[in-house]
Design a binder for this molecule. Sequence first.
Ligand SMILES: *Cc1c(COP(=O)(O)O)cnc(C)c1O
Length: 499
Amino acid sequence: MAPPSHFYTNNGAPQNGAVLPAGAGNVPPQHSCLLDPNEFRRQGHQVIDFIADYYARMDDYPLPANAPSRPESDAFGTALRDVRDLILPGMTHWQSARHFAHFPASSSTVAALGEALTAGINIVPFTWAASPAATELEMVVVDWLGKALHLPESLMFCGGGGGTLLGTTCEAILCAIVAARDRKLADIGSGRIGDLVVYCSDQTHFAFRKAAHIAGIHRDNCREIATPPCKRMWTPGWSRSSCARRSEPLRPRPWTLSELCAVAATHGVWVHVDAAYAGSALVCPEFRHLIDGAEAVDSFSMNAHKWLLANNDCCVLWVKKPSLLIAALGTEQEYILKDAAAEGHDVVDYKDWSVTLTRRFRALKLWLVLRCYGVEGLRDHIRGHVDMAVSFEGMVKADPRFEVMATRQFALVCFRLRAPEELGGPKAANDLNRRLLEEVNATGSGPYMSSANVGGIYMLRCAIGSTLTEEQHVRAAWKVVQDRAASLLRKMESINAVA
Ligand SMILES: *Cc1c(COP(=O)(O)O)cnc(C)c1O
């Protein structure tokens, strides 16, 4: 890869006429220089050029490669070159148009600059008084997003609820479980934590079990409810006196969110919706029916950093009753943090809404994304990816050697290669598909995909959601999968013939 023109030459001299500060590269910076405006402007331009080149040259980077080993030197320009030459080749390029693994981390230049602004301003908005505009912007932006996602008003400040911006869904679920736990314990007695039970579907992300464990829920009291292929919940046996104590055998019947909330309500059970990935799709009215009944949920979270162009990290948690969150997570020793300006006013102190005290000013980035792309722009972004997933799914279905493994709802397609009878039939399919994924991902210029194992069935996952992905990349990815599958089948058939 040839160095872009604005990078330094090998002897360290800048190529574009930029002037290096005296002694840069060999003298440690003086403290008075740590926030030097001119130096910041110069380095800032270098960083922006760097990121722009990264986007432009995405195709030059192998996926994935080895981790870097050389240490950084102390001068900024040299270090930046090391980022390009040593660190980037060792990364998995989540922004690549050919990244189809795990889940999307769709990013935008606006959010990247929002992150830079946040880092540059570097405030700590733990209370309203600690930075009033930051708290107020966060309150505005969570309502903006809630409305854009068609969430019920009961979860928004304008409807008596409210939201906050956290790092990740793991944190959001933990906060919700702790609030639910404390509400229940206030009812049944604080000594009975061992009796508390949490329910999830068998498709639920491990983040839920992890959060329940951290919150002190006994591992055996985390109950998974089996889901049928149509992916709606089977009825759990919640008809006993309290579902917080005992489960009953399952009665098979699919449930809607409203039905589930109705039963939960009769037992005083907190309902949380983890929409980490799919929540972004709710900007499109055509997906709103998927959360019919959400009026009754206690809390809802989604990752705007997954599929909504708000770069890492930006999880939004909304709750119907903020007082329950504050009761569980509020701090009592307030004398250091109380401020005369806030005294006697009903202000939001976000430190009481989550695990941390120090927190990032994430609202700025999300607000910029909503302002600069608009709700319609976000819809286009989501629909573009869904259309590409529809087309990928169509290509899989059109090839009889393959099968689609789950009903596609959004932009994730789960599929696998059928194992021919002479190669062992369905029993051999897991191994065959494991090898297929290895071969697909070993194709340097090809796509990067991941896998899932659901009920003992191994499958490939093609998660479309990179901002740079276009239809051509999806077609090319499918071609690589087909080619690798054909050569794998040929190879195995010839081994079979010899045996
Ligand atoms: C990605 C994902 C998570 C985990 O999100 P983090 O922000 O990494 O904690 C949890 N649940 C679902 C449904 C997800 O898609």
